[in-house]
Design a protein around this ligand. Structure first.
Ligand SMILES: Cc1cc2nc3c(=O)[nH]c(=O)nc-3n(C[C@H](O)[C@H](O)[C@H](O)COP(=O)(O)OP(=O)(O)OC[C@H]3O[C@@H](n4cnc5c(N)ncnc54)[C@H](O)[C@@H]3O)c2cc1C
Length: 390
């Protein structure tokens, strides 16, 4: 069955759903069609963000989506234990699915797009959607788009415990564990007094996830904390690219449809997080006077240029993390970072690191050997080294 829309969004993940929701708030008169290949919107994710990542205007429409909110967070490293004041929020894909389904009239589930152009979407079943604006929100195109990439890979279990876990707030990184396969840490979100998400994360050179080993190691982590697991209620996993050179973003301009979300390279190069940029892009698109693919592309160019320039520093940090330090010592780079003033840490997460912050992050006791650090500073040399190795 062929259809007509004002905005066709292909990919009902985080970016596609937020764009659809924002259009429904800012421009309810537009006919928005959201196309998703799976049977649910949002996949199986727990998305978190710091309140300081977003502006007051953004928080107004985003905070009501959150499932859980806390007023502080903490990190733990071999030489550092620190608490940070400041709200932290989590949104789960099940909630996003329900909210989007209840607000957006036309959500096509189990509908895989085959071809996207500036004005049409062709589905695998042959249906055509004609639309003035076509957004490509199909997620990461490939994990190997960059010549030099590290990976942030993780598996998380929602655990129901027999007794209260005793955590008051999220632990963003507990890196007091043995360091294997790169920088390794546990991420903890306490949902209620007996429920906690325990996610084991690696900043690794390889994308492979050893599910059995990680499952065992999450269990032994819980045991070390004195927690008895009554039930594993939910699981999620991910492998995110941690780029060291700019190819991933120069290659993500897309074809005729306009890429947004991870598809457009809009994620924080060091944390792999895309939440804040998905919010900003959703707001920008829905503020356009004339919503067409071309107008959206032209308008987004300014945002994109400043985004690319801000990401340069995070790629440099990635090179320090992956190239200049021994895998087992990668944690020292992050430990050094978390010793800095809270506002420096906040601006880092928000992707708004200033020049002063950069100096603070890179100076002080060098967390990695200086000679190797200097070698890893040049993006161009890494790009050409990777090119000649291919
Ligand atoms: C488990 C997990 C947890 C994460 N946690 C956080 C976090 O806490 N904070 C944060 O900022 N970031 C987080 N991230 C990173 C990033 O923000 C997410 O990956 C985010 O979901 C990316 O959004 P997206 O919309 O670009 O892509 P996705 O959410 O991956 O959405 C892409 C969608 O497109 C659909 N699709 C693909 N091809 C087609 C097609 N041909 N036709 C129709 N549909 C198609 C897919 O099924 C999918 O639903 C997490 C990632 C993972 C994997």
């Amino acid at each position: 069955m062929d259809m007509k829309a004002d905005v066709a969004i292909v990919g009902g993940g985080l970016a596609g759903c937020l764009a659809a929701l924002r259009f429904s708030i800012a421009k309810p008169e537009l006919e928005v069609v959201l196309v998703e290949s799976s049977d649910r919107l949002g996949g199986h994710h727990t998305w978190s963000f710091h309140e300081s990542d977003l502006s007051a205007e953004s928080l107004e429409w985003i905070k009501p989506l959150a499932d859980h909110s806390w007023t502080e967070t903490s990190v733990a490293f071999p030489r550092l234990q620190r608490e940070f004041k400041g709200a932290y929020h989590t949104l789960r894909s099940e909630t996003l699915h329900d909210k989007v389904k209840s607000r957006i009239k036309t959500v096509l589930l189990n509908s895989k797009a085959k071809r996207l152009s500036e004005s049409h979407v062709e589905l695998e079943n042959g249906d055509i959607i004609a639309s003035r604006c076509v957004l490509d929100a199909r997620g990461v195109a490939s994990l190997n788009t960059a010549s030099a990439t590290g990976y942030q890979k993780f598996i998380g279990f929602d655990l129901l415990l027999e007794e209260p876990h005793g955590l008051k707030h999220p632990v963003i990184m507990d890196a007091t564990c043995p360091q294997l396969d790169g920088f390794r840490f546990f991420y903890l979100l306490p949902f209620d007094e007996k429920r906690v998400l325990v996610e084991e994360t690696y900043y690794s050179d390889t994308p492979e996830l050893n599910r059995e080993r990680i499952a065992r190691s999450i269990e032994s982590y819980a045991e070390r904390r004195g927690w008895k697991i009554a039930k594993r209620e939910r699981e999620e996993e991910g492998v995110l690219p941690i780029p060291m050179t700019s190819e991933y973003i120069t290659n993500s301009l897309g074809g005729e449809a306009l890429p947004i979300g991870m598809r457009g390279g809009y994620f924080h190069a060091t944390t792999g997080y895309s939440f804040a940029d998905a919010v900003r892009i959703a707001e920008f698109l829905s503020s356009l006077e004339d919503v067409t693919t071309q107008a959206a592309r032209d308008g987004l160019m300014k945002f994109r240029r400043s985004f690319i320039s801000r990401q340069r520093f995070y790629r440099l940090l990635n090179r320090l993390l992956f190239q200049a330090s021994e895998p087992s010592l990668r944690y020292t780079v992050m430990q050094h970072f978390y010793e800095l003033q809270q506002d420096v840490v906040e601006r880092f997460y928000a992707g708004r690191t200033t020049w002063g912050d950069r100096l603070r992050i890179l100076s002080g006791r060098p967390p990695v050997p200086l000679e190797r650090a200097l070698k890893s500073l040049s993006e161009r040399s890494l790009q050409s080294r990777a090119g000649s190795a291919r």
